[in-house]
Design a protein around this ligand. Sequence first.
Ligand code: GTP
Ligand code: MG
Length: 440
Amino acid sequence: MPAVLHSDTIFALSSGHGRSGVAVVRVSGPAAGVAIQALTGAMPAQPRLAARRRILTPAGETIDDGLVLWFPAPASFTGEDVAEFHVHGGRAVVDALLAALGRLPGLRPAEAGEFTRRAVENGKFDLTQAEALADLINAETEAQRRQALRQYDGALTSLYEGWRMQLVGAAAWAEATIDFSDEELPAGIILAKAKAQAADVIDEVRTHLADARRGEILRDGFHLTVIGPPNSGKSSLVNAFARRDVAIVSEAAGTTRDVLEVHLDIGGYPVIVADTAGLHETSDAVESEGVRRAIVRAEQADAVLLLMDATTANPAGWPTRFGDKPVLEVWNKADLPHLERPGLAISVRTGAGMNELLVRIGLIVKETLAADSAAPLTRDRHRHTLGQAEQALTRALCAGAPELFAEELRMALRHLGRMTGRVDVEDLLDVIFGDFCIGK
Ligand SMILES: Nc1nc2c(ncn2[C@@H]2O[C@H](COP(=O)(O)OP(=O)(O)OP(=O)(O)O)[C@@H](O)[C@H]2O)c(=O)[nH]1
Ligand SMILES: [Mg+2]
């Protein structure tokens, strides 16, 4: 992506909102140095070394006693001149500093993701890395953090760039057969060679796409839906997982109507457990809507936990299989007299079997998400764009004429270029950076 020179200078609070020990306000653009001068009277003695300064309003009133850092272009996060003000993290301090910056000529508040967008525009990293940065900020579990960091380190960049280079090679062979077709070059042989190269890439792209959405599930969270007959203890189980009373529990059957979710960290993996309405025939409109939602949720889940009451017969007639997704059969209330059944017996009340249940859930999650590739794709955008590249390659391989082959190859190259942001992605940028928080 070509370097873009912005004439305006942006600023924002880059650390978290709300009270904190220290707040970091970042400024990026041509007037960043002027901002340091205006608010502290002098530049730090050295770039990238903190200087302790009194920070003043343009009118000369002290805002705070803090640190100032100066990162001259291009060795900064955005590639532009960047200033950082580290102040005490109180609302009034931060507001006063932001107001003072806003009064300087050429400065304006940053939009969501604008710092990262400028970094991409200045070639600091590519689109997949920018997306990974957003994921790193949002990562809640170890596995999510590791995945985001690998992508930020360029795992997808090097994969996609590698394919691009191979296809550029194949395209060059194809062009050669077109340009020199009058001379006695063995065009057929050269074209076959180019096609073999494209075929290698298409194999790799297909393997990459056929990953059972591992990267995406890890990024979004693994969805486990708890379903079962009324009163089997589904809400009690979800509360026990969450270690707080999220869902209403009562001995009346049909207590839960709406789907309710809790977010858990199981062995470093993000698991979103949904509590649902008990499955039973009912004339109550609200309850039957709850049953409908329960089934839909189970169908959409990555795995299902079928929770039944070990003390009663399980009413027949409800689905117990949901496609080929894993279904964990669990019998609750094992503290009461009950029949022996296949599957795991637990008691939410006494805690018996609960550890074993967590272990089993952890195994299912791990089996689903354990990566056999070091760099899984993580977003719909990746899947969609790569799918288009794959289709263009498929057409290329079927092409008889070298011109047609070369044309489809160029198409595939454009799609691959969109993955990393090498070609016309202006329309994509708003979507991608809109996901960011302000200050990043
Ligand atoms: N003895 C015993 N009772 C339990 C156990 N787990 C839950 N219960 C009781 O079973 C009743 C129903 O529990 P809930 O968690 O509301 O059951 P549910 O499956 O969510 O019920 P619905 O939302 O109506 O479908 C409550 O009175 C719970 O206290 C258990 O392990 N042992
Ligand atoms: Mg319930």
